[in-house]
Design a protein around this ligand. Structure first.
Ligand SMILES: NC(=O)c1ccc[n+]([C@@H]2O[C@H](COP(=O)([O-])OP(=O)(O)OC[C@H]3O[C@@H](n4cnc5c(N)ncnc54)[C@H](OP(=O)(O)O)[C@@H]3O)[C@@H](O)[C@H]2O)c1
Length: 463
């Protein structure tokens, strides 16, 4: 690619909402500084929106409803996409990349669904494809994974990558509110959308997990590969149970490279796991103190050890900061006539199913308090190859008749069991078998427990 020294770099913006309007502001307010950093002026030459009448604050001559026409303009060097969703954006960005225009996007849904096609189009024409803002808003994360850690081996990424759910779980932990009350509070304060499905059911975090796993393990992982469980079923009792164990409950996106085993069998190969679900983590872990709408991502690498990235995961100016970082990088590459590092997907590691993925579990059982019940319950765990780390019994009082009416007196108890690491499939069949025991009145709660590289001594055994 021949350099562009001296000539202005022309930028087309698709979308001018929460993030796009802040990109326009920063491009305007910091024009001189950006030109100095890039080595050429950066000109905004057009802004595509749906409803131009709503954008009185941007120059009218820049506005258009013809996004395809804007992207096709010969004088456009870089397309910044801040519309979101899959169509029509996918077609617009593929066209732009095929025509050699670099693309900067914050669109996690599209990158997680079709990142491979976008990367292939960028490779074909030698254009840049950057999407730092698609995961964890303002937090510099994708560039450190792709570039700073390029010589290391990432073993695990565990992240709080959705501010809405972290706000809700934090509110439940601090005030004792139940899920519905905490969701209502999040809505009132502007942290939850009118339809919170994408956040509370884990779709947003699953897209981000797919992007993180793809970059960390040099393997294409799509949102469909990611196991997903949201926070709707997290109860106030789960939060209290976590507290009693020295833990807190977080919605985590966890991506791991697992060497040498698929489920119980060791086959010497490497696999990737990618999952989103609520989990208990020790309160001593740095992720446990990330509260409110903040995001944080904890990375474990073979040589670097443990790293944590923390900050604002959303918001107009915050996300625009990450977009501008990408824009400056893409513009600099245009000026010098090169391109940035391409996505590498050379490892082609298979993705384990959730059933094959190993973790630890907290299981609370309502049982009849009589001799032999504990042994029966322990037997079911052993039959399914799930090893128990700790058991705690809490008496809950009288149940059934009284002493004089001839009805046998029974007492209820809650058994709280924390397991060692087991496959999800083994735990699921254990729980199913437990519900068939006479003495088990109900399964009060099952939550995964993640030590995340620290010994969880309070729970028994290593992580
Ligand atoms: N908001 C955040 O904090 C945040 C954080 C991280 C990443 N992101 C990502 O950033 C992207 C933008 O988010 P946002 O919050 O800024 O969205 P937003 O406020 O809803 O803005 C979307 C913009 O896209 C325009 N638009 C919609 N359909 C269009 C079409 N077919 N053609 C042209 N323009 C169209 C809208 O035009 P009108 O204004 O005329 O309706 C609006 O200006 C999304 O991918 C999102 O996931 C957002």
């Amino acid at each position: 690619m021949v350099g562009n020294e001296g000539r202005a770099i022309n930028v087309a913006l698709l979308g001018c909402g929460v993030v796009g309007s802040q990109v326009v502001r920063l491009l305007t307010e910091q024009a001189d500084e950006l030109a100095a950093r890039v080595g050429a002026p950066v000109h905004l030459v057009g802004i595509a929106v749906r409803r131009p009448q709503r954008h009185a604050d941007v120059p009218a001559d820049l506005l258009t409803t013809d996004a395809a026409g804007l992207v096709a303009r010969d004088d456009v060097d870089i397309v910044v996409e801040l519309v979101g969703g899959i169509e029509p954006v996918r077609g617009l960005l593929l066209t732009a990349l095929k025509n050699g225009k670099s693309v900067v996007s914050a669109n996690k849904a599209l990158l997680a669904e079709d990142g491979a096609a976008l990367a292939a189009a960028a490779d074909e024409s030698g254009a840049d494809l950057y999407y730092e803002a698609s995961v964890a808003g303002a937090i510099p994360l994708l560039r450190p994974i792709q570039q700073s850690l390029a010589g290391d081996r990432i073993r695990r990424i565990a992240g709080i990558v959705n501010g809405t759910t972290n706000f809700i779980l934090s509110a439940m932990a601090t005030s004792g509110a139940n899920y519905t009350e905490a969701l209502e509070e999040a809505g009132r304060l502007g942290y939850a959308e009118a339809d919170p499905t994408a956040d509370v059911d884990g779709y947003d975090a699953a897209s981000k997990a797919a992007i993180l796993a793809s970059l960390a393990f040099h393997t294409r992982v799509t949102a469909d590969d990611v196991y997903r469980e949201g926070i709707r079923d997290v109860s106030a009792a789960d939060i209290a149970a976590a507290k009693a164990l020295g833990c807190t409950v977080k919605l985590l996106a966890i991506c791991e490279q697992v060497d040498g085993g698929r489920g119980e069998r060791s086959d010497g190969k490497s696999y990737v796991t990618a999952r989103v679900h609520p989990a208990m983590i020790p309160r001593s872990h740095p992720l446990a103190s990330v509260s409110g709408a903040y995001n944080a991502v904890f990375i474990e690498a073979a040589a670097a050890g443990q790293l944590m990235f923390y900050g604002q995961g959303a918001g107009g100016p915050e996300t625009a900061s990450a977009v501008l970082g990408d824009l400056v990088a893409a513009a600099r590459n245009r000026v010098i006539g090169g391109r940035g590092p391409r996505d590498s997907a050379h490892a082609h590691l298979p993705v384990l199913t959730m059933g094959e993925t190993r973790t630890r579990y907290h299981v609370a059982l309502d049982v009849t308090d009589r001799a032999g019940v504990l042994a029966q319950v322990a037997g079911v765990f052993a039959d399914h190859d799930v090893s128990i780390a700790t058991v705690r019994q809490e008496g809950r009082g009288q149940n059934g008749g009284d002493a004089d009416d001839g009805v046998p007196n029974t007492r209820d108890a809650t058994l709280v069991i924390v397991t060692h690491s087991a496959t999800d499939a083994a735990l699921a069949s254990t729980v199913e078998a437990l519900t068939g025991l006479d003495a088990v009145r109900g399964v009060a709660g099952v939550l995964r427990v993640e030590g995340l590289g620290r010994p969880v001594t309070e729970l028994g055994g290593a992580s």
